[in-house]
Design a protein around this ligand. Structure first.
Ligand code: ADP
Length: 252
């Protein structure tokens, strides 16, 4: 079954065609990468899937439902998580608090009115949220920094915290925007390990990524785009040996 279907997606910015009639499918419980040279349309594509802006043409189906015109919050509520290249965390809060804020959307269903009128229910939800936070911190190997303020953490750790916060929403699919960017080799190995464990936990991963080691290491399927259009798709070994892909990257 396909968890994500991108059908004939086009995005125009004024005169420029950033994404051009792009179609691909992401199979449920797979790791799927979208790669391509700089300016080929990867960020534009992931932004359309995540609801940052709508496509000019085409359709996006998540788990069979049309999400083409939905905004980021509606899409997140459906179970589509996202990490950003420019990390979006609350610097003055601790790691644990950031996770709790991330999970709040999916747990605090009773809202502010019920909080006052149904205190017991709110209490139950808070307990569930704390338990889930603890579970995610443990899963992501972040318990040791749970009480640290996010503002003082090194960049590699921030990326892990952001991923952990996304896990708090219990996503079925996570969109990862350049997860390896800015990481040193040992952090990259840790990332590969964490992503593999998230996948083994039943989550589908869709990433755009520059680092070919990471892409070739973890992806089951790779879609390659150039000038906004698909030029190749397949398993890592097929992509590595595809003459058109090599040409696109070497730029002749
Ligand atoms: P990639 O992520 O593969 O580097 P992008 O999706 O960022 O590529 O960009 C694809 C093309 O669209 C580039 O030519 C870029 O300059 C252009 N582009 C991206 N965003 C905008 C925008 N908001 N306005 C105008 N042009 C844009």
């Amino acid at each position: 079954m396909n968890i994500l279907e991108v059908k004939n997606l086009t995005k125009r910015f004024s005169g420029l065609v950033a994404v051009n009639d792009l179609s691909f499918e992401v199979e449920e419980h797979s790791i799927h990468a979208l790669i391509g040279p700089n300016g080929s349309g990867k960020t534009t594509t992931i932004n359309m899937i995540g609801g940052v802006f709508p496509p000019s043409e085409g359709q996006i189906l998540f788990n069979g439902s049309d999400i083409t015109k939905k905004n980021t919050h509606e899409i997140a509520r459906l179970g589509l998580g996202r990490t950003f290249q420019n990390i979006k965390l609350f610097n003055s809060l601790t790691v644990e608090e950031n996770l709790m804020v991330g999970g709040h959307m999916s747990y605090a269903k009773s809202g502010i009115v019920n909080f006052f009128f149904d205190f017991r229910n709110a209490r139950r939800e808070e307990t569930a949220l704390r338990e889930e936070t603890h579970r995610v911190l443990e899963f992501m190997h972040l318990e040791e920094i749970a009480k640290r303020q996010v503002g003082g953490l090194p960049y590699g750790m921030l990326k892990m915290v952001e991923l952990a916060r996304t896990m708090m929403t219990n996503p079925r699919l996570i969109l990862l925007d350049e997860p390896a960017a800015g990481l040193n080799p040992s952090e990259r190995r840790e990332l590969i390990d964490i992503l593999a464990r998230i996948y083994e936990g039943g989550v589908t991963l869709f990433l755009i990524e520059h680092n070919m080691d990471v892409v070739m290491n973890i992806s089951h399927v790779i879609t390659v785009i150039n000038f906004g259009s698909k030029i190749a798709e397949g398993a890592p070994v097929e992509i590595q040996n595809n003459p058109e892909v090599i040409r696109a990257y070497l730029g002749d």
